[in-house]
Design a binder for this molecule. Structure first.
Ligand code: CU
Ligand code: CU
Ligand code: CU
Ligand code: CU
Length: 580
């Protein structure tokens, strides 16, 4: 073997693996993606340290929520909710360490709202987590006797993580009538790229509003059929041989590296995605940079994000980007056609051809294997219980063992309920510890450093489990029933993220460190299921909440609740769901 071919082989092996950051190095996506600002880099522990950019230079966004009675994302007109008139809403851009301020105005005259920044850790800023009934009352709308300007609320938080996420309403099912948008936080990366194409949001879509179907969904086994999917808010729809709408398109530069930030924002659809004739190099899972791996097909559950790098190495032409709904979970109309077009030349408008061997997608709703989701910043866990002994009745639907700090949670039989007009945070500030059992509060105080949650599901059901206020560590995930006798937790650099799947009689074991005072939801991210009450709240270090909130934040919480009560009363708004 010649020297150059050895170098070639080594070069291939090393492709995608970035060097350890050199001290003082600065970020460049092509030559030094592992670096950042000369102080912090890919190897910095962003849970405890990171850039602290001048709060006076905060990224400020003014969002206005309105109802648009005629909008046709897929060519079929319907009533939608939109932020600043668009679906998805505007992208929140920030750099790692920036302060972000979002001023949200509720322009609806018949509903409240609340905006959640999915995956944002909200370290010591629980008041900005945006869950109506937990961290705030809903923001009242227009047309009542409350003072002018009271239909607004300010969210302020610090981007302590970097990567890709999304914001969405956490009030009713508004998120799935259009109230969502991307979050892009620039920071170091685990592989090289040249172009950042931004967020690629995969949604699902119904031709009647989600709001008008939510009660039906609860009656009919937790969902109603989804009619279509959207890619960045657009797609085509074909009925009786007539096609309306417009496909999403993107342009690649030949032989260059494109970073694409995939986000699944769906109500009830797990997607597998693929770019015909291209591979994806996956560099992050949710807000966690991972050691790159290459795949042709990537599964992405509701709420999850994957950042991928695509080398435009095909021989020019046009190619399909496919987002295939998985049929083992969710309810869908037949043959949903969710595809976009990748063009190497924007002027070449010919339709793509199918490749000779199209990729196979299957129908399962499993996450990518945990062995592929290896965090770049390695964190090993010590003190994890060697055994996850379950000595209570296995049929118990929720059991927290104070001795072991293990929550055992099965399909919820007492649905979650938290009242809009009295959010958990206000209750804590009032020192009122009389919790309604339906609030499903698990108190986490100073005596526990780590919490473990074992989430299990019944045969034939599948749920994307999401945590607020933390990335969780995945200690185990399986499609087989949990067996305490054989379970061995993964403690060496387990995957970390904020959404993971449990499928079909299987289980998920996650852990999180109790380092963030607040009231944090752990819930299923299927829109219908959250609305029906598949959720619990970890009330973490309740005694510290009063001190971490500024007087201004406490005043905003109280004033907004007073206004909400007046608005809700005058408009006769009744809470008919879980409140989250
Ligand atoms: Cu969230
Ligand atoms: Cu979310
Ligand atoms: Cu669910
Ligand atoms: Cu949530």
């Amino acid at each position: 073997m010649s020297l150059s071919s050895i170098a070639g082989v080594l070069g291939l092996l090393a492709a995608g693996v970035v060097a350890a950051p050199t001290p003082g190095c600065l970020f460049d996506p092509l030559t030094a993606p592992e670096c950042w600002d000369g102080v912090f880099n890919l190897q910095s522990n962003y849970y405890t340290e990171g850039p602290k950019n001048d709060p006076a230079k905060a990224r400020v966004y003014d969002f206005k929520l309105t109802n648009i009675t005629q909008m046709s994302p897929d060519g079929v007109p319907r009533s939608v909710l939109a932020i600043n008139g668009q679906i998805p809403g505007p992208t929140i851009f920030a750099n790692w360490g920036d302060t972000v301020i979002v001023n949200l105005e509720n322009g609806l005259d018949n509903a409240g709202t609340a905006l959640h920044f999915h995956g944002i850790r909200q370290n010591n800023t629980v008041g900005a987590d945006g869950v109506g009934s937990i961290t705030q009352c809903p923001i009242p709308g227009t047309g009542s006797s409350i003072p002018a300007g009271s239909n607004k609320l300010t969210y302020k938080w610090v981007a302590t993580q970097y990567g890709t996420s999304w914001y969405h309403s956490h009030y009713g099912v508004q998120a799935w009538d259009g109230l969502f948008g991307p979050i892009v936080i620039q920071g170091p990366a685990s592989a090289k790229y040249q172009h950042d194409l931004g967020a690629l949001m995969l949604s699902d879509w119904t031709h009647r509003t989600s709001e008008s179907q939510v009660e039906e969904a609860a009656l009919f086994g937790g969902g109603v059929p989804i009619n279509n999917g959207l890619i960045n808010g657009t797609n085509v729809y074909t009925k009786d041989g007539v096609t309306v709408g417009k496909r999403f398109e993107m342009v690649f530069k030949a032989n260059e590296l494109h970073r694409i930030r995939l986000v699944n924002t769906a109500m009830d659809t797990m997607y597998k995605v693929s770019f015909d004739n291209h591979e994806m190099q996956v560099i992050s899972a949710d807000f966690v940079s991972i050691k790159p791996f290459t795949t042709k097909v990537l599964s992405i559950a509701i709420g999850q994000r994957y950042d991928v790098i695509v080398n435009a190495s095909a021989s020019g032409g046009n190619h399909w980007f496919r987002a295939v709904p998985m049929l083992d979970c969710g309810q869908h109309d037949a043959d949903l056609d969710v595809r976009g077009i990748v063009r190497y030349d924007a002027n070449n408008t010919a339709p793509p051809a199918d490749p000779e061997t199209p990729p196979t997608f299957g129908s399962d709703c499993k996450d990518m294997p945990t062995t592929q989701l290896v965090p770049s910043l390695e964190i090993n866990l010590t003190n994890v219980p060697a055994e996850f002994k379950i000595d209570h009745d296995l049929e118990f639907e929720m059991h927290f063992d104070p001795e072991t700090s293990i929550l055992d949670w099965r399909n919820q039989k007492v649905p979650y309920y938290s009242p809009w007009e009295y959010p958990t945070l206000q209750q804590v500030l009032d020192k009122n510890s009389t919790f309604d059992p339906r609030q499903q509060i698990i108190q986490v105080d100073n005596s526990r450093e780590w919490i473990y949650a074992l989430v299990r599901t019944d045969p034939g059901t599948t749920h994307p489990i999401h945590m607020h206020g933390h990335d969780f560590f995945i200690l185990g995930q399986s499609d087989q029933p949990f067996d305490p006798a054989t379970f061995k937790p993964q403690t060496i650099n387990p995957p970390r993220r904020d959404v993971a799947m449990i499928v079909d009689s299987g289980y998920l074991v996650v852990a999180f460190q109790t380092d963030n005072p607040g009231a944090w939801l752990l819930h299923c991210h299927i829109g219908w299921h959250a609305s029906e009450g598949f959720a619990v709240t970890f009330l973490e270090h309740a005694d510290k909440i009063e001190t971490i909130m500024s007087e201004e934040q406490k005043a905003q919480l109280a004033t907004n609740c007073a206004n909400w009560k007046t608005f809700a009363k005058e408009k006769e708004i009744k809470q008919h769901d879980s409140g989250v």
